[in-house]
Design a protein around this ligand. Structure first.
Ligand code: AMP
Ligand code: MG
Length: 357
């Protein structure tokens, strides 16, 4: 693999023809979507797709999502376009919903990690749609970060992780959703959410009726149940610092935050990621003790707050924070996806030995 690329950052207007040429040559190009930035390659070219795994350090058993720009193209890569798929596409495409369906033979095994299903999504970002259309092939694209790190929600995050490893990032600033797509398995009898994301369970239920949620890694190690979605078992979204979770419904959360801050040893750097309302509960003294404060937004606008989570985690790394107090969100609506990512970022328990702080 070539690792000395210059990694140009271009807008879609500037970079479209180069991006298309690179994709046709079997190279990998990063591009914006409304969820997070994707690391795309021609999904029909196994050699190109292999590069994605190498560039990211992604385990080979974690399949890729294939991005298309029309339902007609989705139908070409699946064996069966079911009624449920039709209803979901009508209601949520283009948008942050990935459908898992039996795969057609044109999808190489490396894309589906040997599974007989394929994950397919039509992104809503105009630059993504333009690129897919111009390339004339479906694009396999996982998030454009080093495996294990928080997903990139800005072009500059992609460059931080992949500089020198890829030739081109199509840059369009911040992603509006900022959390990955919902992965919905439609290959069985009942629709199952394999990964919560930008389209909520509540929204899916209005279209499909009952929707189940795949049980996966629970609160404790003992509760670990291997998931049907292979990617869900890996460490994900992790910043360099250790995360301490603060319950959103805890009436004493301001005191708890103050307690953690007071306990901090000199030399350690502590960040607080919280909602606007929680910041309002803290005294000037508490706020002064915090080395880095990132306010996600208001509890009244959970979508917007959730869209800043990955940015907040990456900012903590830039600030060289070693302990991160992170406020939870209620697990409803987009809060389900937010908490899925935050828990994974925190590790299995979210427990930090107070003696270390
Ligand atoms: P990423 O592209 O990094 O956002 O991750 C893609 C997610 O989709 C991972 O959790 C994968 O396990 C999941 N996924 C992709 N293809 C399939 C498939 N055929 N069956 C089940 N899950 C899939
Ligand atoms: Mg990812």
């Amino acid at each position: 693999m070539e690792t000395n690329f210059q990694t140009r950052m271009l807008t879609i207007e500037e970079g479209l023809s180069d991006a298309v040429q690179l994709l046709r040559q079997g190279e990998v190009v990063a591009f914006p979507t409304e969820t997070v930035y994707g690391l795309g390659a021609n999904a029909l070219d196994p050699k190109a797709c292999k590069k994605i795994f190498k560039i990211k350090g992604r385990p080979a058993d974690n399949p890729l999502i294939v991005h298309i720009a029309s339902v007609k193209d989705a139908k070409k890569i699946v064996r069966e376009w079911t009624d449920a798929a039709k209803m979901c596409a009508e209601a949520f495409w283009p948008g942050p919903l990935t459908l898992v369906l039996p795969k057609s033979r044109i999808i190489p095994d490396i894309v589906s990690a040997g599974l007989n299903t394929v994950a397919v999504r039509m992104p809503a970002h105009p630059a993504a749609l333009e690129l897919i259309r111009a390339a004339g092939v479906p694009l396999a694209a996982p998030s454009a970060n080093i495996s294990g790190k928080p997903s990139p929600t800005e072009g500059k995050h992609v460059r931080q992780d992949l500089k020198g490893r890829i030739p081109l990032v199509i840059d369009a600033g911040k992603c509006s959703i900022g959390l990955e797509s919902t992965v919905l398995d439609l290959s069985g009898k009942t629709p199952v959410i394999l990964r919560p994301g930008g389209v909520t369970k509540e929204q899916l239920e209005t279209v499909l009726g009952t929707v189940e949620i795949e049980r996966e890694m629970g609160e404790s190690r003992e509760a670990f149940i291997p998931s049907k979605s292979p990617g869900m078992k890996y460490r994900h979204y992790a910043p360099n610092g250790e995360i301490i979770l603060i319950k959103s419904a805890d009436h004493k959360k301001a005191e708890k935050i103050a307690g953690w801050v007071a306990q901090k040893k000199s030399g350690n750097k502590m960040a607080l990621i919280c909602m606007e309302e929680t910041k309002g509960l803290l005294s000037t003294n508490d706020l002064e003790g915090i080395d880095f404060l990132f306010v996600l937004g208001s509890v009244n606008r959970p979508q917007e707050a959730a869209s800043h989570l990955f940015e907040a985690l990456r900012s903590c790394d830039e600030e060289k924070i070693n302990f991160i107090l992170a406020e939870e969100m209620p697990e409803e609506g987009i809060g389900l996806a937010f908490m899925n990512r935050l828990r994974k970022a925190a590790g299995e328990s979210g427990f930090v030995d107070p003696g270390k702080i």
